[in-house]
Structures are given as structure tokens and as C-alpha cells.
Design a binder for this molecule. Sequence first.
Ligand code: LMR
Length: 405
Amino acid sequence: MSSTHTAPARAAAAGVLFDGLLPQPPDAVLAVSKMFREDPRPAKIDVGVGVYRDANGHTPVFAAMKAAEARLLETQETKAYLGPEGDFGYLERLSPIIFGRGAAADLFGVQTPGGTGALRLAAELAHAGRPGARVWLGAPSWPIHAPIFAEAGLEVISFRHFDPQTQALTFDETLAALKGAQAGDVVLLHGCCHNPSGADPDLDQWRALTEVILERGLTPLIDLAYQGLGVGLDEDAAGLRLVLEAVDNAMVAYSCDKNFGLYRERTGALFVRARAHAEVVRTNILKIARCAWSMPPDHGAAAVRVILEDEALTALWRGELEGQRARLQAVREMLADADPRFEPIRSQRGMFSMLALSAAQVEALRRDHAVYMTGNGRINIAGLRAETIGPFAAAYDAVLRDTKA
Ligand code: LMR
């Protein structure tokens, strides 16, 4: 018997493409910014998303960047495509800042849309090389690391590397976990200014990490998104350089979002060393990039290149970055002075520290005190200033007391 259904009715009965989608929770970091914006209370405090703020709560465009952008506007004569690698001058000038002089000779670099683009590209490359490859990821981490890897088809293996209660690295647990890794696995390491904990390995610990990487045949993927905001440009890359002195295979995901204040311009880079497979890795990176974004957005990288090509602008940028670093450190000192429970924050580094708070306590801070942080208790140090340290410490104290009572 022939169906009496019309063609559209048959199609509707068979369902549509999007029927299988499940609703997704809001992004763990960006959702906090939205809630903050919608809160009408004037004394609200935003220690959520990782964006630098000055002592007036403002996220400035670096003066060096303004000058570079003006120069770019005047001198740029075409916007014709550059190619999937992006701006070679940008990559060439950035390399010695990351790797030290002469050290990047056998690394292949491509410009990416932000550090996130670099991480996704690295993940896709790992999956292309070894479908479903395993990534070892110390918890806590940036909440978007695991989903980026999972989206690319990798298997994420989580282990504890930091204890919010003691505010210390659980480095023995890290080594023990990585000793269970197998050749061909990837290990994600934060180059500096660990997000969310602010707790970085010391150089001896970087040496121990290098040993286990070599012993187990792992490929390090080093995420360097805050270079210059910890101790200094060279100091913040010291662990990464130590690893790169020793290994044949490595990936480095770099972000200029914070240290050049470029955030929404999406300016990053992926550098890969694959000593026995350099050419095939290069062609795979280019293919993945071409299929994902074709060419990276130009403006931010071109402006970084203009800064780094010019000694005076480079000096200006370094000085401004140093100013941001010093302010982060000053806020750390103020917090530690305000409440002895914040003492570990003094010696942590970069934009973040992570308080040992439950999800309910984080929620109470939002609801009752208009203090906005990510759900894991991470605070953006730059979100505080002299006038808000007192109210922040009081809110923290009140929430801990309420929970005890
Ligand atoms: C953060 O962790 O807050 C930043 O890296 C911004 C982001 O994209 O999440």
C-alpha cells in the first residue's frame, strides 16, 4: 500500500539533523562574566574571567600596541591572504622570546587564533597521528582543556597535581601518575602561572618531569598563556626551555592574549618539534589549519610583529608588561597581609589563585556578597584593587563562618 504521507510529512517523521543534540551547560568561565554584568549591585567584585585589570579596574590597550596599530594602519598596503602559517615575521620575532636565542631552529611554528586555537590544533594533530591518543591532564586545570581534547577525539586522563586545602603541588602524585603513561601519550603542562592554582613547578620539578617524559616516551604539550606575568619573560619560560633541551617531540601552545593585551584579537601560535617526522608533521599541521580556519586572523599578530621589530616599542611593551606583573604581585601581597589564610597566595604567580571553597560557598559569595569567581574557587588576582581587598576578605570570612555555623 502506498503511503498517503506527503514528502514533507515523511521527512518530518524521519526527524531533522539537530534532533540528536543535547543541551550544553554554559561555559564555566564565560558564564561568570555574564552573571557579573547582570548584577545591579554597585559594590560587586569580579574575580572571574582571566583578564588583566589595572588599579582602576580597567583593561588597557598597551601603549606599545596602540603605537604598533597606528603604524600598521598607516603602512599596510594590502590585506591579501598570507597563508595558513600566518605572519612569518611574527613567528620569527616571537620565537626567541619563548625559546631563547637560537633554540627554535627545529620547531615548526604556525600562527593560530589565540592559544585556544593552538591547543585545538595540537589536539587534532595528536588525533591524526594516533586516533584517540591519551592526554594526561593534572587537575585542577583550565576548565576548557579537557573539552578541547575530548572534542578532538582524544582520551583525557586526569590526575591530581594540586591540593587546594594545603595550596601545595601534589608533585609525588603527578610523578606517580605519569609513570603509568605509555609511549605515544601526551602530557599537558602549564608553562607558567598555572591556571587556576598559581602554583608552578620549580626547576628541579621540571627536571623530574623531563625525566619521566623521556622515560615513558611522552610528548609534552606545553600551554604558555601568561609569559611575563609570573616572574619575568625568561624566568617564565625556563621550565619549558629545560624540557625542550631534552626531548625530540614537543608541542607548545602560545597565547598573546594576556602578555600583549590582545584578548579579542585572538593571537596565538603553535610550535611543534617532531625530530623524526618533521616534514609529515608540518604538512599535517597545515592541512588541519586550512580545514579549520584556513588562515588565522591577521591584525593582532601583525601588531605584535611591529612591536618586536622595533627596539623602542619592544622596550615600551616590556616595561608595560613588567608593570602588570608588579601590580599582580602587589595585589598578592595585599591579600596575604589582609588575612593569614591568604598567605600562600603571596608566593603563587600570575593571574590566578584557587581558594579551597565548595561550590555552595562560591555560590554564597555571589548571592550574598556580589563576589564573582569561577565555580572551582579560582580568583583572578587582577580583579582586586586596594579598595576591594577589605570587602573581598570580609566576604570570604563571612562565607566560611556561615558554612561552619
Ligand atoms: C581564563 O581562564 O579566564 C582565560 O583563559 C579566559 C578564557 O578564555 O577562559
